[in-house]
Design a protein around this ligand. Structure first.
Ligand code: FAD
Length: 493
């Protein structure tokens, strides 16, 4: 029986990152993947949906520009876009596979092995791998489970991945549907609503249980996103509950019940169900393996399960489903096994992007969360119309919001940027939060001009009472307040 220091089950972002980190410790590793290297980080997930989003954004901007100059808009071809997305997926998958092949032919050759097959734990150290009719068992000193997640299916919905789809089927459609309902107004549902409404070929309906989409987000962020969805013709069914969905003559009929008790029936061409993800651990281990699972998923302590030599990372742990979190956990688990992690596993300072219109990037706490945690804070906001780069881009929709502690130190609690270049703008603040720094560092460095990061600097300078623009003179564009016990008060210097 082949023996390894570490066997990693699952070659998605978490498992791949774990394998590469384990090589740094010069350990003998086996990575097992049953289907597609890169997992949902590449296929029917992060990379593919972001490629759709990028193309949709380009098409939408192009359509707006042509309209501005009174030029008729050409029709975009679904098949061509689909092909473009497939090339992106293939490019990334090949890159990951070629990297692994090259490592196996390098001075890591005795350390790294990769096998295609479905893995199952027979005991705490024995892993069975099945590929077609072939089965083998290997011995593992340590095991990392990184088998990810899949879309949550609601049994009452007729999901066939052709007419009623999840993220597994949506990218394989034949053409733009003329209409589509999206069940679930969380991040992924809203991203697909943005993508399909952006192409201008699909009337999108979005079913939302509450009175606004993205319930965990601050109201000012949601306002902009909802306004743009409205402008793109998205019909948001607010305060509504899906009571029935069926396929009738190859189309989707669904019935909603609103909070006032009234009901309404709609008919659309396709449906996308986006109601969360389910971790993949059914039948992943035999009865001889004592991994504990609770209603919250696999019980784990900083990635270590209830079995000492078995770890669980990424989407399988059913906490935060993001590529960067999976990679963080994968690397951390390896450091726990073979060394001492240099840092604690903390989730507070994870940077996130929501690929909407416009894009929304954030790090640390938002106001909603700070209030839930009963944390007092200072908050400064600055509208994109005050930033030269946004003016040059001819798109001043958006704002920057920075939260700091309500004391002299003004430690950064979190930041949100809504608008163009949002994702690149937050990076400096993400670094400062992770270094537990105050705001002075940002106030004094010289940013390139014109850039969106100048807006962040202006926020910081406002908090220090030395900004270029003064809140009292630009009411509605910039503001600087404290929030104590949920009550706001202007900060006047
Ligand atoms: C539509 C969509 C959009 C997303 N967008 C973003 C985004 O913009 N940014 C972001 O950070 N995240 C995004 N995510 C989330 C991100 O894709 C996941 O958090 C990430 O892929 C999780 O990585 P993982 O390695 O834990 O799991 P996965 O990516 O699911 O990989 C698990 C792998 O394990 C394999 N496997 C399963 N069982 C076995 C077995 N028994 N034996 C061998 N192999 C097995 C699977 O084939 C798979 O390749 C998105 C997800 C979706 C669905």
């Amino acid at each position: 029986m082949n023996k390894y220091d570490l066997v990693i089950v699952g070659g998605g972002p978490s498992g791949y990152a774990a394998a590469m980190r384990a090589l740094d410790f010069k350990k003998k590793i086996l990575l097992i993947e049953k289907n597609r290297v890169g997992g949902a980080g590449v296929t029917n997930g992060a990379l593919s949906s972001k490629t759709w989003w990028e193309i949709s954004r380009e098409v939408s901007a192009f359509r707006k520009s042509l309209k501005r100059y009174n030029i008729p808009t050409p029709t975009v071809s679904f098949k061509e876009i689909q092909e473009e997305v497939r090339q992106a997926i293939q490019g990334r998958k090949s890159m990951l596979e070629d990297h692994m092949n090259a490592l196996q032919n390098s001075n890591y050759s005795s350390l790294l092995e990769f096998k295609i097959g479905e893995a199952r734990l027979l005991t705490h150290n024995e892993v069975e791998i099945t590929h077609g009719a072939k089965t083998e068992v290997v011995w593992a000193e340590n095991i990392i489970l990184a088998t990810g997640s899949r879309p949550r299916y609601l049994p009452e919905l007729p999901i066939d991945e052709k007419i009623v789809m999840t993220s597994e089927g949506i990218e394989d459609m034949e053409d733009f549907p003329e209409s589509m309902v999206i069940v679930g107004a969380g991040v992924i549902g809203c991203e697909y609503a943005t993508i399909f409404s952006g192409f201008g070929r699909t009337k999108v309906h979005l079913i939302d249980k509450g009175d606004r989409i993205l319930p965990f987000e601050d109201a000012d962020v949601v306002r902009i996103i909802e306004r743009n969805m409205d402008n793109n013709g998205v019909l948001i069914h607010r305060n509504s509950r899906l009571v029935k969905m069926k396929i009738v003559n190859g189309r989707v009929e669904y019935e909603l019940e609103y909070t006032d008790g009234s009901r309404e029936i709609f008919n659309v061409e396709k449906a996308l169900v986006s109601v969360g993800r389910t971790p993949n651990y059914e039948d992943l281990w035999s009865d001889k393996v004592a991994i504990n699972v609770t209603t919250k998923g696999i019980e784990n302590y900083d990635t270590q399960t209830t079995v000492k030599n078995i770890y669980a990372v990424g989407d399988i742990t059913a906490d935060i489903s993001l590529v960067n979190v999976g990679e963080l956990e994968g690397r951390y688990a390896v450091e726990l096994i073979f060394g001492k992690p240099e840092r604690k596993l903390v989730y507070e300072n994870i940077s996130t992007i929501m690929f909407l219109s416009p894009e929304v990037a954030g790090v640390g706490l938002n106001e909603t969360r700070a209030k839930e945690l009963k944390i007092d804070y200072k908050v400064v906001t600055l509208d994109y119309s005050t930033i030269a780069r946004a003016i040059a881009k001819r798109n001043t929709q958006g704002f920057i919001k920075l939260l700091v502690t309500n004391d002299e130190k003004m430690k950064i609690l979190g930041m949100k940027v809504v608008g163009l270049h949002a994702s690149s703008a937050i990076q400096a603040v993400a670094v400062l939060i992770s270094m537990d720094k105050g705001i002075e560092e940002l106030a004094e460095c010289v940013h390139p001009h014109p850039s969106i990061t100048e807006g962040i600097q202006e926020c910081v300078r406002m908090l220090m009472g030395k900004s270029l623009f003064k809140p009292a003179a630009l009411v509605g564009k910039i503001s600087c307040k404290s929030c104590v016990g949920g009550e706001y008060e202007d900060i006047i210097f």
